[in-house]
Design a protein around this ligand. Structure first.
Ligand SMILES: *Cc1c(COP(=O)(O)O)cnc(C)c1O
Length: 453
């Protein structure tokens, strides 16, 4: 009869070649934990009667191995995005340019001048990095890069509007995504929200009246992820900025995406640009590093020096500061714009500038390689809380399979996982968002899943 005494001990297992190999791969403490946990589970199941015989050694090893594999598997993994959504927030927004990655790697690998003045050989400031590039690019007097744009908004309002009124149109009280709402971020800064206008209409006099009442900072939050259409009205940005200045107040513009180029060039709606905002006379402008800019996660604040000095000195600036890899990456991405090579170097701009014909060529090559599917017309979108309702004409590889949902699940189970979408019972893959160097892995994954059908 089997008794628990037949179960090998931890020490016995430690003598085996298999465990020695596991220790070499995973280290001794983790391997020991896996062995103990596996033996405990077997003991418990045996005592409860869930199993009546003890597993053979090979099975025990397999269970130990499975535990170790699952424990070290990162949850943050690289995936192939064939969804056609260029700035997919859930998939990490913008893939980075080679120069950006190199710059980030360089400072990550060693020491850097993060807070060191090489000229004087003394402590310097991390707040200067990216500043001169941003000044040259936008003409702004001063600039600072923080962790992300939500923290940029929080910092700007904390520094400039704590316990003061912030006047904003009701049509701009946006929820960014993941339940984050601009009005909540504003309130968090200690600012007193003063809503003007209605959901669909706001007039210049609404701002004038609010300013005449008790003054306050005026803010615009760009409607990044939705549109208001129909019976609507909104004064020009310049008009609102002018009445703000006439009242002796400050105008803060949260652009969200913050494009440095005209998105209309790619057949999309025009997204307000950073340059236009400054040209309208805004005092402080903030935008994301990883939306239409195509860089790493960051919040960029630019504007008047007196105000930026206050922002940089605020205690929250320390709490939301950018790390060295972010600063190096943002600077490298911005340099592409400065050197007029953005479209050649920045992955999301390359994706946006692909012609339907180019995309079709890639989809066709996939189809031939796989010997399956058909090429259909479709649409790619910008995503990432930018340019709602806007899309590019594209070509998709469409696969007819019995269960599209199951097929998608199997694609997600590949290594690297493949993210596609379905429509009308077809599985659709958009070459636009697949990086050229990922095509080989994509085809391997697709072949794997297709051959199991
Ligand atoms: C996206 C967005 C933010 C937040 O930017 P993150 O970089 O995601 O923190 C803030 N305001 C607006 C208008 C946005 O569109």
């Amino acid at each position: 009869m089997t008794t628990l005494r037949d179960l090998p001990s931890v020490d016995e297992l430690l003598q085996t070649k298999t465990v020695a190999e596991l220790i070499a791969q995973y280290g001794r403490p983790l391997t020991l934990s896996a062995i103990r946990e596996t033996l405990d589970t077997i003991r418990t199941r045996f005592l409860s009667g869930a199993i009546t015989t003890l597993p053979l050694r090979d099975l025990i090893f397999a269970q130990v191995d499975a535990a170790l594999v699952s424990w070290v598997k990162p949850t943050l993994r690289s995936v192939i995005n064939a969804s056609g959504v260029i700035l997919h927030t859930n998939l990490g927004r913008a893939p980075l340019s080679d120069a950006t990655i190199r710059a980030m790697e360089l400072v990550a690998r060693g020491y850097s001048t993060l807070e060191y003045d090489l000229e004087k050989g003394v402590r310097g400031s991390r707040l200067i990095h990216a500043e001169s590039v941003l000044q040259k690019l936008t003409g702004a007097e001063s600039a600072v890069v923080v962790n992300n744009n939500a923290s940029a908004v929080l910092l700007v309002l904390s520094a400039l509007a704590n316990r003061k009124r912030v006047i904003i149109s009701r049509s701009q009280l946006v929820e960014i995504g993941g339940g984050f709402r601009i009005p909540d971020v504003m309130k968090q800064s200690g600012a007193k929200l003063v809503e003007v206008g209605t959901t669909n209409k706001v007039h210049l006099r609404d701002y004038e009246e609010a300013l005449a009442e008790q003054g306050g900072l005026v803010m615009r939050a760009h409607r990044s992820n939705f549109k208001i259409v129909g019976f609507t009205a909104e004064p020009e940005l310049k008009e609102v900025v002018d009445v703000t200045h006439k009242a002796g107040s400050i105008f803060v513009d949260d652009l969200g995406s913050g494009a440095l180029y005209d998105t209309a060039k790619y057949g999309l709606a025009h997204e307000p640009t950073v340059q236009e905002s400054l040209a309208a006379g805004t005092d402080v402008v903030c935008f994301s590093g990883d939306k239409l800019l195509g860089g790493p996660q960051a919040g960029i604040i630019i504007g008047k020096k007196v105000l930026l000095d206050k922002i940089k000195k605020h205690p929250l600036a320390r709490a939301v500061r950018a790390d060295k890899t972010c600063l190096a990456g943002v600077t490298a991405t911005l340099l592409h714009y400065l050197k007029d090579e953005a479209e050649r170097e920045i992955p999301i701009l390359k994706m946006m500038s692909l012609t339907p014909k180019q995309v079709k060529g890639r989809a066709e090559a996939w189809r031939q390689e796989l010997g399956a599917g058909e090429i259909v017309e479709g649409e790619s979108t910008v995503g990432g809380g930018s340019l709602p309702d806007e899309s590019f004409p594209t070509f998709l590889l469409s696969l007819t399979v019995e269960s599209p949902e199951k097929f998608l699940k199997k694609l997600r189970g590949q290594n690297p996982p493949l993210i596609a979408r379905t429509a009308n019972d077809k599985v659709l893959l958009d070459p636009r968002t697949v990086l050229p160097e990922q095509e080989g892995a994509l085809l391997v994954g697709l072949k794997n899943v297709l051959k199991d059908l």
